[in-house]
Write a protein that binds this ligand. Sequence first.
Ligand SMILES: [Zn+2]
Length: 294
Amino acid sequence: MRLGDERESSNFEDVTGQSGLGGGGFGGGGLGCLLPLIASRFGIGGVIVLVIGYFLLSSLGGLGGGGTSGVAPATQQSASSGQSRLDPNTRHFMLQVLASTEDVWGKLLNGRYTPTTLVAYSEAYQSGCGAAQSAMGPFYCPTDKKIYLDTEFFDELSRRFQAPGDFAQAYVIAHEVGHHVQDLTGTLGQAEQLQAKSSQTQGNEIQVKIELQADCYAGVWAANAKTPEGQPVMEAGDFQEGMRAAEAIGDDTLQRETQGKVVPDSFTHGTSAQRMNALQTGYQSGDPAACKSL
Ligand SMILES: [Zn+2]
């Protein structure tokens, strides 16, 4: 990617130096998180996050060995100093990508776009939707309209999912911003209403649609992203990086890896083919209207 002199977004909170859980947690009473109905009915897996299924499946299935991020961060009081643990290059990159999403969606929504805030945390943090833990993967919380991301995830993406590259990382951020766009346009609220009167299987289908639209929106952003000098941000090979990431985190691929079998009814993010297709649709059209809705 070529972000050039793109500004840094100021809609950013770096809390990597103040990890810790103040109690609570997803699934608790009064959960106001993204699609709270599925979140509360189906447990944590119903919350819209990019790759939550993988981490949960691997930790619940006892297959999570070898991971470096761990699943019990609350006990690791490693950063009470308050000092940022964020790599300056990663920080700069994330803030440029975030600024670029603000530029693009500001135009696409004709000024009706209000930015989301990106919260970089380390290991664990209290989000507006309950406890954020790095094992959950990045997610968007509609209650406080913030994206929560442990940048360790970028390493996971590269090592565990074999999807390295700057656009693979940008795709993660743009996907979460896509959920914010869905929030602003009312799609999330609509999905929630539909899910309230759905079976679990139907609820999962709605969730998959939401995820695929967010993937598509990530592609729309990429297609429209320009440097301040007017150059496309995307360079040769970038799109393939995103496609590799989309493939690696499809439900079927993840389930096959962690369970040895595919259970379509439990899909919440879409298959690898669906996710790749959604990203491609957004990228080729550059038009949010081309992204399938509910
Ligand atoms: Zn998502």
